[in-house]
Write a protein that binds this ligand. Structure first.
Ligand SMILES: Cc1cc2nc3c(=O)[nH]c(=O)nc-3n(C[C@H](O)[C@H](O)[C@H](O)COP(=O)(O)O)c2cc1C
Length: 392
């Protein structure tokens, strides 16, 4: 399996699965080391204060079993820092290693997966994993395709957050639509003040209870539903990203689309550009009197021009598909017997991914942005352009 690292200078590598630690259970191994998730963060600047509490804070946002909307799995998701940090919690500049043991793996859970290990779950990754990894494919809870994998991204993103916080760069992700029910547009300030006030992370406090009631109705039928998450990044300097293959938009899309169940991405006006004429869609420029710098009257572009950040807030929306595992009979195939089959799984799952996916979106955006900052600053340090261009 390849591609377990994201980033070029700020690099986050993850490993670990959902349930496979079960097979390494042994009296000779401390329980915490049977299995879980590991994160290695490379490129962390020296002198950053990194506490286990700060990482835990982020992990707790995506922890399962917190509301009736998400998976009843009872992982504690405790993060242990094991490298890269010394006295007074300050980073040394070495790789920061973080371990997150799995602790809610019982025989019954593994047996549930064993019962239908040859029967592919519609909407989940078994078919493609069988095609690629054959008889070695991890059949216990989807292995690397499990939502569990995302906890290690959140740990990496938590380290990025500590660096970005010092630079005044803020990332928030929240629900703007659930199963067709839309939140009303709100200002950044209202959104930031309200988005953590309900289990769906929807800043529209009037519509959130309707969304929640709807998800619970869907769940009562054994089904699941999806929605739309918006991610805003504020405080990003102009000049991040490369103009051709590594456009910041493309890198961010890569970061965010690599999260399981994210099926669509749009920046700024996104698909609504198709409805506009050019003069409406362009963001007109002006000189801001207070700073003497170029600014834009609107932000249809979502924070980029030519793949390079323009200093405006970066606005991304993500389509989140319904959780694939549903307790509804669906047609499928048993790949051992190669016969048609019917599946109605009983394993644990989230009725909607919206309550738990937002910290993963924030984490991936932070990792991508910090990586782009290190690239841009490194490039700028060895580039001799007139300082005038730093002031426009
Ligand atoms: C935080 C999070 C939790 C998830 N939990 C579940 C789950 O409980 N059950 C499930 O079937 N899929 C879950 N998923 C979705 C699957 O990981 C994803 O649909 C699967 O890997 C297939 O990938 P794709 O949907 O991108 O094609 C979760 C995803 C995330 C991001």
């Amino acid at each position: 399996m390849m591609g377990n690292t994201f980033g070029r200078l700020f690099r986050v590598t993850t490993c670990g699965e959902s349930y496979s630690g079960f097979f390494r259970k042994s009296p000779d191994i401390p329980k915490e080391l049977y299995g879980g998730l590991l994160t290695i963060v490379d490129g962390v600047p020296a002198g950053i204060k990194i506490t286990a509490e700060a990482i835990q804070n982020e992990l707790d946002k995506r922890k399962p079993g917190q509301t009736p909307l998400d998976s009843p799995r009872l992982e504690k998701d405790i993060a242990y820092i094991f490298s890269g940090v010394m006295e007074n919690h300050l980073s040394t500049g070495g790789p920061v290693g973080i371990v997150i043991p799995n602790n809610d793996i019982e025989d019954i859970h593994v047996d549930q997966y064993r019962d239908y290990k040859d029967t592919i779950r519609p909407g989940h990754a078994e078919y493609t994993f069988f095609k690629k990894y054959g008889q070695y494919a991890d059949w216990v809870g989807a292995g690397r395709a499990s939502g569990r994998e995302t906890v290690s991204r959140v740990a990496g993103g938590a380290v990025a957050k500590l660096v970005l916080d010092e630079m005044g760069i803020d990332v928030i992700a929240y629900t703007i639509e659930s199963h067709g029910i839309k939140a009303k547009p709100l200002s950044y300030e209202e959104t930031k003040a309200n988005y953590r006030k309900n289990e769906l992370n929807c800043p529209d406090l009037e519509v959130a209870p309707k969304m929640i009631a709807d998800i619970l109705q869907v769940k009562a039928k054994g089904d699941t539903c999806g929605g739309v998450v918006e991610v805003i990044t504020r405080g990003v300097p102009a000049g991040l990203g490369e103009p051709v293959f590594d456009k910041l938009e493309a890198v961010l899309a890569h970061a965010l689309m690599s999260i399981g169940a994210v099926k669509g991405v749009e920046f700024g006006a996104g698909f609504a550009f198709a409805l506009l004429v050019g003069a409406e869609s362009n963001d007109e420029a002006y000189v801001d009197e207070s700073t003497g710098r170029v600014r834009f009257h609107t932000n249809h572009a979502g924070g980029f021009l030519g793949g390079i950040s323009n200093g405006d807030e970066i606005r991304v929306r993500l389509a989140i598909k319904p959780t694939p595992t549903v307790s509804v009979k669906q047609r499928t195939v048993n790949v051992e017997t190669m016969t048609d089959d019917v599946l109605e799984p009983i394993t644990r799952r989230d009725a909607s991914l919206l309550p738990r996916i937002y910290p993963v979106c924030e984490a991936m955006a932070r990792i991508a942005i910090l990586d782009a900052i290190l690239m841009a600053k490194g490039y700028r340090a060895v580039t001799k352009i007139d300082e005038k261009w730093d002031r426009i």
